[in-house]
Design a protein around this ligand. Structure first.
Ligand code: SF4
Length: 350
């Protein structure tokens, strides 16, 4: 039983089939595992949680033996690299904020989207992550590092909507109140713009889930030159998918925008961008471009981002500037996947 892939309901069924125990025992054990990392620790008021049951569970429940092979801390941020059973590595970033802790998780080993500004794209695509490999990143942050994670953003390696079933099943596990207990309204999926995936997500009936679009351009010409996926799905097609998305009344779409000097950061670009997105309710997240390896773009500065922010505000847009922290951690959206580090044990993309 890979516990990290099971919602409480799935675990409850296993407890009935394998051990003939009821939902109360299942609830006790499930809570113990997500609180202490294994069954049998903590207090159980249930007399049916016997020593022989704990022994059987300890044998049958697998917490996958992934290794953390690298970690880097900077300005409060923590990036850790996890080596999975087949030798590939993925990155996750923990971002402590004033009132809560956020984790940025990966959904694939590499990515097919090929965005030109992205370190992950440079590594190529290897495979989708399983449900447990996604939830396992949160488990590691909690059990190994002791973080009380409250927010999850799918902005690490990979395109989450290209691994739709595993990502959405992982969200079911992560939001289970008896387990990780993350509120749905604290989870954000960031997509490069897959209209079918956006439509499928809308049909799940999860109105409080946040959706971010990694847009990065004001028009098709610029976007196609930096994001190849735009040649398949134009900005208009993606916008139509967002227009029919059942967004909660008090929500807006997050528009991720990596500032690329001389490419997408002019006053004209800002005007065109705001006009294009109207009438969608949107909040802009401006992201500083981290020049990791040589990708043909200049490093942007805080001043560049502030200038573009001012252009957007002139157009009455709601803008947030991503805090400039952990520059060498490379924890910005689409910028995970330090190629030289990740290519050592296995040839992958991120
Ligand atoms: S920015 Fe996101 S979608 Fe684009 S290549 Fe990188 S990981 Fe994939």
């Amino acid at each position: 039983m890979n516990i990290l892939a099971l919602t409480f309901e799935a675990f409850r069924k296993e407890m009935v089939c394998r051990y003939g125990r009821d939902q109360y025992v299942a609830a006790d054990i499930y809570r113990q595992i997500f609180t202490h990392g294994k069954p049998g620790l903590g207090t159980s008021r249930n007399g049916s949680v016997t020593a022989s049951l704990i022994e059987a569970l300890a044998r049958d429940i697998q917490i996958p033996p992934w290794k953390v092979t690298a970690e880097h801390r900077e300005e409060g941020l923590l990036k850790f690299v996890t080596q999975l059973e087949d030798g590939v590595e993925i990155e996750s970033v923990v971002i402590p904020m004033v009132t809560h802790v956020t984790i940025c998780v990966s959904s694939q080993v590499g990515c097919k989207m090929g965005c030109r500004f992205c370190e992950t794209a440079a590594l190529g695509f290897k495979r989708n992550l399983t449900v447990a490999e996604i939830t396992g990143q949160v488990y590691t942050a909690k059990m190994r590092y002791g973080f009380s994670i409250k927010n999850i953003v799918f902005m690490g390696m990979g395109e989450p909507l290209d691994n739709f079933d595993h990502v959405t099943d992982a969200i079911r596990v992560l939001t289970d109140p008896r387990g990780f207990n993350i509120a749905m309204g604290r989870i954000t999926i960031s997509t490069a713009g897959l209209p079918d995936g956006i439509e499928k997500l809308g049909r799940l009936g999860w109105p409080s889930l946040h959706l971010a679009l990694s847009l990065n351009a004001p028009n098709d010409q610029i976007r196609s030159s930096i994001m190849p996926i735009n040649r398949v799905h134009s900005m208009e097609t993606v916008k139509n998918a967002l227009l029919s998305y059942p967004l909660a009344r008090d929500h807006a779409f997050y528009i991720e925008y990596v500032i690329l000097k001389g490419v997408n950061d002019s006053w004209e670009n800002a005007n065109e961008l705001v006009d294009f997105l109207s009438p969608l309710p949107v909040w802009f997240n401006l992201i500083l471009y981290n020049k990791g390896s040589e990708r043909g773009f200049e490093q942007t500065t805080d001043a560049d981002v502030s200038r573009f922010q001012a252009y957007l505000i002139e157009k009455q847009a709601f803008v947030r500037k991503r805090a400039v922290r952990g520059r060498s951690v490379m924890g910005a959206c689409g910028q995970l996947g330090n190629r030289s580090r990740l290519m050592e044990p296995a040839a992958i993309h991120g």
